[in-house]
Design a protein around this ligand. Structure first.
Ligand code: IPE
Ligand code: IPE
Ligand code: MG
Length: 249
């Protein structure tokens, strides 16, 4: 592609990028190290993409850090990941403040150890007034669990008489998700070479552009994110219409 074309078009920036940060364990094992070594180095990739997303002016970045299914991993790995989360937030908080990042979380947070929840809440409170990139950490997250929790909220309102079932629309569903106010991801990236969504943002990715890349998460950097955003800007999003219709708009 012509070099001049590889310039970001500010009018076509994604509003929301979601990333399945996969491949930490294999990255470490390829080097004859423990899987946990990969998780530690994954933090460097997180720092880089947060910086990159902020520099590009992307408003929302959701990072899949731990799924509900990940609780089934060996106890030592789960404990290490929970410890790493607390340590990473502690170490990165100054940088987040400097970059005007607002931190949010999504998932069944009640599943997390008390100290992890407290550290997260503190970081959410401290960054709440920042007006730059919003980073949403998906922790103990499952797309199906989010839909179950949504259904429970809607059913409760219907049972109490504050909601008429006949008026339920896609907007009602959207509003009862964990973060109904956040726009759907325009881009979903999965590193690590596998082509699956592993229970991530099932409702929200209905029209996301999907990018599956072979790079293992600890090697992923903001330059890789920028290349994906550039490719995204050349994709035609038709939302069910014909290409001609879309180009006429
Ligand atoms: C992603 O890397 C991090 C988490 C799921 C917590 P993995 O730990 O899944 O790494 P691979 O996929 O086994 O290489
Ligand atoms: C998805 O990765 C979850 C996160 C990146 C946090 P997994 O490694 O858990 O996904 P599967 O098991 O390969 O589908
Ligand atoms: Mg994995």
């Amino acid at each position: 592609m012509d070099y001049t074309e590889r310039v970001l078009n500010p009018a076509k920036l994604p509003k929301h990028v979601a990333i399945i940060m996969d491949g930490n364990g294999r990255w470490a094992q390829q080097q004859g190290r423990e899987r946990t070594y990969g998780h530690k180095h994954g933090v460097e990739a997180v720092r880089s993409v947060i910086e990159g997303a902020g520099e590009m002016g992307i408003p929302y970045l959701t990072l899949y850090a731990f799924s509900t299914e990940n609780w089934n991993r060996p106890r030592e790995e789960v404990e290490m990941l929970m410890g790493l989360l607390v340590q990473a937030i502690h170490n990165e908080l100054d940088g987040l403040m400097k970059n005007h990042v607002r931190l949010q979380v999504t998932g069944r947070l009640g599943d997390l150890p008390d100290n992890s929840r407290a550290v997260l809440q503190d970081a959410i409170d401290r960054t709440a007034g920042n007006d730059g990139l919003t980073v949403v950490l998906a922790l103990s997250y499952s797309g199906r669990a989010e839909l179950v929790d949504m259904a429970r909220k809607v059913a409760r309102e219907a049972a109490s008489g504050t909601l008429d079932p006949e008026t339920v629309t896609t907007e009602t569903v959207q509003q009862h998700l964990y973060h109904g106010e956040i726009p759907d991801p325009d881009i979903l990236i999965r590193t690590g070479g596998d082509c699956r969504v592993s229970n991530f943002l099932l409702w929200q990715i209905a029209y996301a552009e999907l990018f599956f890349v072979p790079t293992m998460w600890p090697d992923f950097r903001k330059e890789d994110l920028r290349e994906i955003v550039l490719d995204f800007q050349h994709r035609e999003r038709r939302y069910g219409k014909t290409g001609e219709q879309v180009r006429e708009q």
